[in-house]
Design a protein around this ligand. Structure first.
Ligand SMILES: *Cc1c(COP(=O)(O)O)cnc(C)c1O
Length: 380
């Protein structure tokens, strides 16, 4: 028996169960298999490690599109936001201008990054509960020829809204703009093809739908676009082109220390995703869980913030019940004691809390959760 395999099997048995399930949008509950993959040290200069990095990079491109020869991937240290900032700061030339469509905290964060980097910005903010205004987008692009890039968030994790990235891409490309999508909380959990969606830069991270542990993010880029960006970056450590150039031409080497254990765990998570049946199987699991959650919560009297047609299968915002006796913190503590960690709301105009269903979470967990909430229904 292969020695590495043997030790992994042993280690899985030694890992204790988590005291609670994370029903959060990342970091999320990971499998024992993914956690066990971290129990080994790696040399960043060694082929064994660099081969893993290269395999990860290839697998990411394969997950992102059928047109694999036109795209390449680059991994970047830090949380997902570091990758968003690497893209915003590296792919817009000195005379460029970005239009950010925002309907939540993550769209706003992208705009904030552009401002801090002194990149000319048009912010199209539709509020937190409305989908992006496509007519407005087209009008702005007709009127402002200086705009070079259009950016949007796919699943706006603030509310759980799924934004229409295909329609935004069609308009962006009609006006020949470079198209950036923050698919942080959807990539790997919702089927998509970058080539069909006309996305030039797609951003995600290790600890969302691929179900790895936190520590790095990644960008999948159209090669023709990325290779234009040499020397454009406004930051050295977040220079996307430089990071890609090194990885691409030095067999998977990172420029600076990489999160080796996290990378190895991510590799395991990618294999686990394939074993589950790929993105479509995972999407179906998420959808089934999310529907069971909403159905159960509605039976308990809760309402969702968003109508069903805007809702993603990733995370759901629920409105606080009318009762004065309801307190999120109390519900949170009670559920935590029963083995579930839920998530506070993040929007400004309504009292909400959120329940995520990505990660090593099954439909049965959602049914158990609803049951636990029913038993703790202290506000009625
Ligand atoms: C998680 C997430 C990010 C990145 O957040 P980090 O805390 O930096 O990992 C960015 N955009 C969206 C839509 C997200 O869900």
């Amino acid at each position: 028996m292969n020695r590495a395999k043997e030790s992994t099997t042993m280690n899985i048995e030694l890992i204790e169960d988590n005291p609670y399930l994370l029903l959060t949008p990342g970091p999320l509950s990971t499998s024992k298999r993914v956690k066990a993959a971290m129990l080994k040290d790696w040399c960043t200069w060694d082929d064994d490690y660099n081969r893993i990095v290269q395999d990860i990079r290839a697998r990411l491109v394969q997950l992102a599109t059928k047109e694999t020869s036109l795209y390449s991937s680059v991994l970047m240290q830090g949380s997902g936001s570091f990758c968003v900032e690497a893209v915003v700061g590296s792919v817009i030339p000195q005379n460029g201008k970005i239009l950010v469509m925002a309907n939540g905290a993550y769209g706003q964060r992208m705009a904030h990054m552009a401002k801090m980097l002194n990149i000319p910005l048009v912010l199209l903010d539709n509020g937190e509960v409305a989908p992006p205004d496509l007519n407005q987008l087209e009008i702005i692009l007709q009127e402002d020829a200086n705009i070079t890039h259009v950016a949007v968030v796919h699943c706006e994790t603030t509310t759980g809204m799924l934004n229409p990235i295909e329609a935004v891409g069609r308009i962006a490309k009609k006006y020949k703009k470079t198209y950036i999508v923050d698919a942080m909380s959807s990539f790997g959990g919702i089927p998509m093809d970058m080539a069909e969606l006309q996305i030039d830069y797609l951003i995600s991270s290790a600890n969302k739908c691929i179900q790895g542990v936190p520590g790095f993010g990644f960008v999948i880029a159209k090669i023709d676009e990325l290779t234009k960006c040499a020397g454009w970056a406004r930051s050295h450590s977040l220079d996307l082109f430089d990071q890609w150039d090194k990885m691409e031409h030095y067999n998977g080497k990172w420029r600076f220390t990489s999160p080796t254990h996290v990378v190895r765990a991510f590799y395991e998570a990618l294999k686990e995703l394939a074993d589950e049946g790929g993105v479509i199987a995972r999407y179906n699991r998420y959808k089934t869980s999310q529907r069971a959650l909403v159905k159960g919560m509605k039976m308990l009297g809760f309402e969702t913030l968003l109508p069903e047609q805007l809702q993603s299968p990733i995370i759901t915002s629920f409105l606080y019940p009318e009762s004065e006796a309801f307190q999120f913190q109390t519900l949170y503590e009670k559920l935590k004691r029963r083995g579930f960690v839920i998530y506070p709301g993040k929007i400004t105009n309504a009292n909400t809390f959120r329940i995520g269903n990505i990660g090593e979470v099954q439909v049965d967990d959602m049914i158990r959760l609803v049951d636990a909430i029913q038993q703790e229904k202290f506000w009625t």
